[in-house]
Design a protein around this ligand. Structure first.
Ligand SMILES: NC(=O)c1ccc[n+]([C@@H]2O[C@H](COP(=O)([O-])OP(=O)(O)OC[C@H]3O[C@@H](n4cnc5c(N)ncnc54)[C@H](OP(=O)(O)O)[C@@H]3O)[C@@H](O)[C@H]2O)c1
Length: 355
């Protein structure tokens, strides 16, 4: 049996393991990232799984998530460590009546093919509670990693609880064509806001305007941001959903209305940087416009997790929420997928289909 260093789900079970026929493959991070993540930062190891105890399930991963937080978070773990991450998995054996064989769960099991866990016990590492996926046919179960999962709840709670966006207000969104950003824009449109987005290619901007109904979208790599704001937000900006940080955020905050609200969700523009970039000081904008700037982590609302999922499911069923997935293929290509997402290859949610 492979040496087990840290697990995402009920870790102690694995130490008391007895021999079993099921073997999991998993990624172990052995080297901290420097710049972009590399294959050589990981080892893929095999692990024999234990027999199920009462309350436990055995799952087989079908879709694994690659998310920006993976690049930012691993520095906080002692190496070597199992790679963290969400997955949608099929229950292939169960000793838990609430989680029957054949159903799907979303859980923080990490980058691994098979998992034994008790879904009623909170995971020891990671963000997500282990939840049974509702019936979402004809939509794919992979939405449990996107609009009906962690990014969807980030959009829902960030907009509702941090931005407090109201009908008629203007919201600006960076990282607008990604999993969280594209979702925020659509909820804001459903609310009756004017929505402007910033994304990294013309195709992404066209997708936001034509397919998702954003009022305006701009390529932040080619546009003059201040001119774009003047064009897209004639009444200036009331809410800013900040997915990227850096200079563009300072420019947007300088273009906000008094008492504007800023939801600081992430700062992907600097995740791969070895040295933090210098940005123009933004405190004067915060002071003179009396902005409310608040960072948040989506697990603040773990107790209300189902509320977010159900709100997004309702929007999906009403046809008010569209989604797109960038699907990478193969368990052995997790690192390529993570790097691809960080480079902006995805429109919508980046995921990996395991087989
Ligand atoms: N606070 C929370 O609880 C929470 C939860 C989930 C996510 N987040 C944060 O939310 C943000 C978006 O996450 P996501 O899962 O939705 O990822 P995503 O937007 O689906 O994927 C990342 C995107 O970031 C963009 N990007 C890469 N480098 C950039 C740069 N230098 N400047 C601007 N954009 C850049 C790329 O799109 P372009 O082609 O547009 O550059 C890429 O597609 C991240 O900052 C993430 O850390 C926070």
């Amino acid at each position: 049996m492979a040496k087990v260093i840290g697990l995402t789900c009920n870790a102690n079970r694995f130490y008391s393991a007895t021999a079993s026929k099921v073997k999991a493959r998993k990624y172990v991070l052995t080297k901290y990232f420097e710049g972009e993540p590399k294959k050589s930062d990981f080892q893929i190891v095999e692990e024999e799984l234990p027999e199920l105890k009462d309350g436990e399930i055995l799952t087989e991963a079908e879709f694994l998530s690659v998310d920006p937080y993976m690049r930012a978070y691993m520095i906080g773990y002692k190496l070597p460590t199992d790679m963290i991450g969400g997955q949608v998995a099929k229950i292939i054996a169960s000793r838990n009546k609430k989680f029957p064989e054949g159903k799907y769960v979303a859980g923080s099991f990490g980058w691994r093919t098979h998992t034994v866990c008790n879904p009623s016990v909170a995971p020891t590492i990671g963000f997500l509670p282990t939840t049974l996926l509702p019936d979402i046919s004809p939509h794919p179960v992979s939405l449990g990693l996107g609009v009906l999962g962690m990014p969807g709840n980030t959009a829902h709670f960030g907009l509702k609880e941090i931005c407090h966006a109201k009908p008629g207000e203007t919201i600006a969104i960076t990282g607008a064509a990604g999993a969280v950003g594209s979702h925020v824009g659509q909820i804001a449109k459903a609310l009756g806001c004017r929505v402007i987005g910033f994304a990294g290619t013309d195709d992404k901007c066209q997708y936001l305007e034509k397919d998702l109904g954003f009022d305006k979208a701009y390529n932040y790599k080619t546009a003059n941001i201040r001119n774009a704001l003047k064009d897209g937000a004639p009444n200036q900006v009331d809410c800013y959903f900040d997915n990227v940080g850096g200079e563009i955020s300072t420019t947007i905050m300088n273009y906000m209305n008094k008492y504007g609200r800023v939801a600081v969700c992430g700062s992907i523009s600097s995740y791969n940087d070895m040295k933090l970039p210098k940005v123009t000081i933004l405190q004067p904008a915060i002071v003179f416009k009396e902005l409310k700037v608040e960072g948040f982590l989506v697990n603040r609302w773990i107790d209300r997790w189902d509320e977010g999922i159900n709100a997004n499911l309702k929007l999906l069923r009403e046809g008010k929420l569209k989604y797109n997935e960038k699907i990478y293929h193969g368990f052995d290509n997790m690192v390529e997928a993570l790097v691809g997402m960080l480079r902006g290859e995805n429109t919508g949610k980046a995921i990996v289909k395991v087989k």
